[in-house]
Ligand binder design. Structure first.
Ligand code: SF4
Ligand code: SF4
Length: 283
């Protein structure tokens, strides 16, 4: 019964995604209100289904079930426009969104709700939604989402960074109906990241930066190693006792930079990487 319900939700969601179109077209397309409404109402169920499908070994053992899940995953990934932002980019995004007068709301992370992983020590309310979506969430989840102003949003996003949460932007935009979510993700809870680790499904693009290390300033992995703990993507490795970055793996999230003990870590812009979605707002 439970399984039927999950499949039913996926079918409905797939139909909705097909209805709104594909890829970059979406970025400038007016998103039907029905899609926003249903997604804001049933997001936790959708996330629960994704979590279930990605984490069950039996699904990936059988060709047929694996094919279905791969297809659904590709379809979702193609349409949700996820990309990694640094703290500085997240703050600029909030500034710009607030300048344009969009509503900002904060609510409980849907991945935490989907996985029943609410924390007593770490922040749970990390799902920052903007524009039409924010209004939908406030309406559909009174008590779970609340409207916040620019100052509070900026303060929160900095606190999340301190906790080691990385920032991802998702959404669609159009002049009439812009709608975004800035997920501030705890790596051990984030379903997209867990699905990536477990099955290789990548639902968000890399950011436009890559981390680097000034070897002379690095105090050494044995004595420090903070950047290893901070990196959600496992992009750090040891070289001659110092920390180094695997540039193929680095997502450019910047979590390793502000906490680097020797001030050795930095970010540089990578010309081949773009923020297709956030660039419409940031530059
Ligand atoms: S946090 Fe900075 S100083 Fe510490 S190991 Fe990493 S690069 Fe070196
Ligand atoms: S190396 Fe730094 S910037 Fe790159 S993914 Fe890891 S934490 Fe993020």
């Amino acid at each position: 019964m439970k399984f039927k319900k999950i499949i039913g939700n996926l079918v409905v969601f797939e139909a909705l995604l097909l209805h709104v179109g594909h890829g970059e077209e979406l970025l400038n397309q007016r998103v039907p209100h029905l899609v926003l409404h249903l997604f804001s109402r049933y997001e936790h169920l959708f996330m629960r289904a994704i979590n279930y499908l990605a984490m069950r070994d039996w699904i990936h053992r059988f060709k047929i079930t694996k094919r279905i899940v791969d297809r659904v995953s590709r379809l979702v990934i193609k349409n949700i426009n996820g990309e990694i932002l640094t703290l500085e980019e997240s703050c600029r995004l909030i500034e710009e969104i607030s300048r344009r007068g969009y509503t900002i709301a904060i609510g409980t992370c849907p991945c935490r709700r989907a996985r029943n992983q609410l924390s007593d020590e770490m922040p749970n309310n990390t799902d920052m939604v903007f524009g039409r979506w924010a209004e939908e969430y406030i309406e559909n989840y009174p008590g779970l989402y609340e409207k916040i102003d620019r100052e509070k949003a900026l303060k929160l996003v900095k606190e999340f960074e301190d906790y080691g949460y990385f920032h991802q932007l998702y959404g669609w935009t159009s002049p009439e109906n812009s709608t975004f979510v800035l997920c501030n993700c705890a790596p051990e809870v984030c379903i997209p990241l867990q699905a990536q680790r477990a099955r290789g499904y990548i639902s968000f693009r890399k950011g436009r930066n890559i981390a680097f290390v000034n070897e002379e300033k690095c105090v050494g992995v044995k004595d420090c190693g903070i950047c290893f703990k901070r990196c959600p993507f496992g992009a750090r490795f040891e070289s001659g006792g110092k920390s180094a970055v695997d540039t193929e793996i680095c997502y450019g999230c910047g979590l390793c930079v502000n906490t680097c003990r020797g001030g050795a870590s930095g970010l540089r812009r990578e010309s081949k990487r773009e923020l297709i979605f956030a660039d419409q707002i940031l530059d």
